[in-house]
Design a protein around this ligand. Structure first.
Ligand code: FES
Ligand SMILES: [Fe+2]
Length: 385
């Protein structure tokens, strides 16, 4: 967030605190509970949201230098991302052209990838360098059997991939700025490329993936559900929301924001007192936590709308002098709050959704980020509002 934006958001938050108000959606939103439990709907979401759109894959520092690679199965597509000798980021289906084994596992640094099954070798640009039995595979044109490219991009210190192969006549470079709209500049100002990864945790809660995202999109529950953990540090049910196409930015104030009141307006620094949550549609919440970056990604579980795979990553500043114990503490707070408070309750809610007891859930006008998220989903799926 740049300085002008920081002052504007700070002013809005102070105004809300004074008036006991919050940013409001135009109207409340009723969503059918089957959005969280129906198999048909889950299939549609997988095809339209998780295969057709750019997926956030992590900060650029995950692929800091030439030869760095990472792998991940993204909603059923095995993905391999690399940084080539020329510094560019590329992505491929992590599927060997011989018989389909993954050519790389985990993450690391490599000059080439050798398939573990029969030893075919690919370079960082996905080119098939050679097969192992020259006689057995005589006639196989190496140039036509490289790894299948997926469109990829590196923008504002973030990595993106579209988990659907590059189509004929299509560029291998993804366009993401247009989709990010006005928050692109905001994200650029965060200098995300200066934050290396500190930790990565994965869980598989028994909740629909959308609930894992919902939990970050309103501060209404903070004084209630989190009264023993983070509630003392935040002003509940109070926030600003700005939409950016399908994406959005939701800001909440720490209780410490009151200390700026004694400072002349132009000299105020809101940065230590405001948490900004960037909603990168469809499945990522990037949280600017003042001195570090916390990122949550949620993926639909395989074949079950009531399950998801959720990843928490913490990125610390490159130039920090703080000991690892400090970042460990931040990771613990995030895990305790979300995985021990939000998700366990969410699992109970998922049972409620699947019980058929109620037909709808209601997102209030005081939950504009939630309203926007679910409106965006309907828009992206082509479902009438
Ligand atoms: S499946 Fe990769 S070399 Fe056989
Ligand atoms: Fe929560």
């Amino acid at each position: 967030m740049d300085r002008t934006e920081e002052l504007a958001v700070g002013r809005r938050l102070l105004g809300h605190i004074d008036g006991r108000t919050t940013d409001l959606a135009d109207s409340l939103f009723r969503n059918r509970v089957i959005a969280y439990s129906c198999r048909e709907r889950a299939r549609l979401e997988r095809d339209r949201l998780f295969r057709d759109l750019p997926m956030f894959m992590g900060l650029s520092t995950r692929l800091a230098k030439a030869g760095d690679y990472l792998t991940e199965d993204v909603a059923g597509m095995p993905v391999l991302m690399t940084r080539g000798a020329d510094g560019s980021v590329k992505a491929f289906a992590n599927v060997c052209r011989h018989r389909g084994a993954p050519v790389a596992e985990g993450c690391g640094n490599a000059r080439a990838f050798t398939c573990p099954y029969h030893g075919w070798t690919y370079d960082l640009a996905g080119k098939l360098l050679g097969t192992t039995d020259k006689v057995g595979f005589a006639g196989v044109d190496l140039a036509r059997h490289g790894l299948v490219p997926l469109p990829a991009a590196e923008r504002h210190g973030m990595l993106f991939v579209r988990p659907k192969p590059v189509q004929p006549g299509e560029e291998a470079t993804l366009e993401v700025d247009a989709g990010l709209g006005p928050i692109a500049a905001d994200l650029a100002a965060l200098r995300l490329d200066t934050y290396p990864l500190f930790s990565a945790d994965r869980v598989a809660p028994r909740i629909n993936w959308k609930f894992a995202i919902d939990t970050f999109l309103e501060g209404y529950h903070i004084p209630h559900l989190h009264r023993k953990t983070i509630a003392p540090y935040f002003i509940g049910n109070c926030g600003t929301f700005d939409s950016a196409g399908l994406n959005g930015r939701f800001c909440v104030a720490r209780t410490s924001i009151d200390t700026v009141r004694g400072v002349p307006e132009a000299e105020r620094s809101f940065r230590p007192h405001v948490i900004a949550l960037y909603q990168l549609f469809p499945n990522t919440i990037l949280i600017w936590q003042v001195d570090h970056i916390e990122i949550w990604r949620a993926f639909p579980g395989r074949d079950d709308p009531g399950r998801s795979d959720v990843e928490l990553t913490i990125y610390k500043p490159a130039n920090t002098t703080r000991p690892d114990s400090y970042w460990e503490k931040n990771r613990d707070i995030a895990i305790r709050t979300v995985m021990e408070e939000d998700f366990p309750l969410g699992e109970r809610m998922q049972i409620g959704f699947e019980s058929g007891a109620t037909e709808e859930v209601i997102y209030g006008r005081n939950e504009p980020s939630l309203v926007h998220f679910h409106s965006s989903i309907r828009r992206a799926l082509g479902i009438p509002a």
